[in-house]
Design a protein around this ligand. Structure first.
Ligand code: 4AD
Ligand code: MG
Length: 479
């Protein structure tokens, strides 16, 4: 008999029909009730066994974690909690899971710490939490492609191996085929990269933006969505060494168009997940409410998960300049009471404690900060009239901090050339980028959304390692 997926079975509720379902055993209670899940939905189907009439040797192998195929009739459920169940006629064991082995793992049905879950990435997808998070991660990814496709953007695949440092932060992973023990040397003793695979130094990309700009200056509206690598040694709950970034780039657009796009885009994603992942979202929502109830008041979320998503959809983001942000911070209680660890001064970058204050305490909603000092922002951002700030924007989210970084780009050849020189970026690294400003240059803008930070926001997870299947962080590349 053709297999029916549990999601379909629970949606259609075809009482009386004979079905075959395949999945993993979540629980087997009282020698009678098998809870089965196949990953298609967070919900399990209850299969009811008539113990007396079944082969005991087979029933013995129906243990937590084992894979089984069950055939039987769909009936209205007697118990509460589900509207239908399956009356088991036959059970076939597809794959055993030995209880002794299972008892040492996160498959054991009880509460496990997130740390323990992370150590078992090979089984993490099987947990209710892992299933909910990774189904939503998929939905967010799909929503992003749908949003851009529906709005006339083209998906551009930018290279993963690059010869330039787009962000100029020097936090890159080297790509080389040279023998590290015995590299070819030049006369002065330095490594001769000309003998390397690409005939020059290459790295894993930190951003697809520069290449996306080339495409935007021909196709008009484009976006990238790919893996991004940063060798920054920050072991925080918001940083990964390998993460995914979405970077739209739009020709004939300025910083205001950029803000409008970002706000509309982020709202769309929240709305999409609310409409399409209701059950997984409810699970995560309830889980958070329960966890919060066990925390001291000060550590609880101001709003529960679903309300936070709705809030983003229903409300405009606050928009302020960097200069205004500095003023708000300098007039704040924590500043006056010397509670901030880092100084607040025009010209210094905002630290995460400052961003959190603005978003979580002052505005209590997403905030877009624009017009940052040129001194600590990337070379490609457009210089404002004042000569000291650039048309940069950061979007800060409650509980997350910076979720988007973007800018209007410097489209003026002379100004850009000067910047590249000031930043000591070698011409041979970026000549192709500079060239675009010679052939019909136009105002253009774009931004980068950290995919995992967005998934954190919509799932309510507070550690970025819990929203990517195989996290890469300093000293960790297991699995
Ligand atoms: O602010 P960033 O560095 O901006 C850029 O890379 C620009 N080229 C984007 C553009 O204008 N096209 O990074 C963009 C976003 C951040 O706001 C953050 O959400 C995420 O990428 N991000 C990280 N996410 C996880 N781990 C890290 N180490 C991250 N670094 C940045
Ligand atoms: Mg940034």
């Amino acid at each position: 008999m053709k297999r029916t997926e549990i999601k379909q079975l629970l949606t259609e509720e075809k009482v009386g029909e004979k079905v075959t379902i395949k999945g993993w055993v979540k629980a087997f209670r009282a020698n009678r009730f098998i809870q089965l899940n196949d990953g298609s939905t967070i919900n399990h189907i209850q299969c009811v066994v008539d113990f007396e009439s079944m082969d005991k040797a087979v029933l013995d192998r129906v243990t937590i974690g084992s894979a089984v195929s069950i055939s039987g009739a769909v009936v209205a459920s007697q118990g509460s909690g589900q509207s239908i169940e399956v009356e088991v006629e036959t059970i076939e064991i597809i794959g055993d899971a030995h209880p002794d082995e299972v008892s040492k793992t996160i498959l054991q049905p009880k509460k496990h710490s997130l740390e323990f879950l992370r150590e078992q990435a090979h089984l993490r997808f099987r947990t209710n939490l892992g299933g909910a998070v990774f189904r939503i991660r998929h939905a967010v990814s799909y929503a992003i492609h749908k949003y851009f496709n529906d709005n006339g953007y083209y998906y551009i695949h930018t290279p993963i191996i690059t010869g330039s440092d787009a962000e100029g932060a020097g936090e890159m992973f080297r790509v080389s085929t040279l023998d590290p023990k015995n590299p070819p040397l030049k006369e002065d003793g330095s490594v001769n990269w000309e003998e390397d695979f690409f005939g020059k130094e290459t790295n894993l990309t930190v951003s697809g933006q520069l290449e996306a700009e080339l495409a935007a200056l021909a196709l008009g509206k484009v976006y990238t969505f790919g893996p991004t690598f940063r060798a920054e040694n920050s072991n925080t709950a918001r940083h990964l060494a390998e993460f995914w970034m979405i970077e739209p780039e739009v020709a004939f657009a300025d910083i205001h168009d950029n803000m409008d796009l970002a706000e509309d885009f982020l709202s769309y994603i929240c709305k999409y997940v609310m409409e399409n992942n209701a059950e997984d979202l409810q699970f995560l929502h309830d889980r958070e409410v329960k966890e919060d109830s066990q925390k001291p008041q000060a550590e609880r979320n101001e709003m529960p998960l679903m309300d936070r998503l709705k809030f983003v959809v229903d409300n405009d983001f606050a928009r302020i300049t960097y200069t205004e942000a500095i003023e708000i911070l300098q007039n704040s209680k924590p500043y006056k009471k010397k509670k901030f660890k880092f100084p607040v001064e025009w010209g210094l970058d905002l630290q995460s404690e400052h961003e959190r204050f603005l978003v979580e305490k002052h505005f209590k909603k997403p905030v877009i900060i624009v017009d940052y000092p040129a001194s600590f922002k990337a070379f490609y951002m457009r210089l404002n009239e004042d000569g000291k700030t650039v048309a940069a924007m950061d979007i800060l989210f409650p509980g997350i901090g910076e979720i988007i970084g973007g800018s209007q780009r410097e489209e003026r050849y002379d100004v850009l050339k000067k910047k590249i020189d000031e930043f000591n970026i070698p011409q041979e690294e970026l000549w192709w980028y500079l060239e675009t400003r010679k052939f019909g240059t136009v105002p253009h803008a774009g931004f980068g959304l950290g995919f995992e930070r967005m998934v954190m926001f919509v799932t309510g997870m507070t550690n970025i390692r819990d929203v990517i299947p195989f996290p890469r962080t300093p000293k960790k590349a297991e699995f």
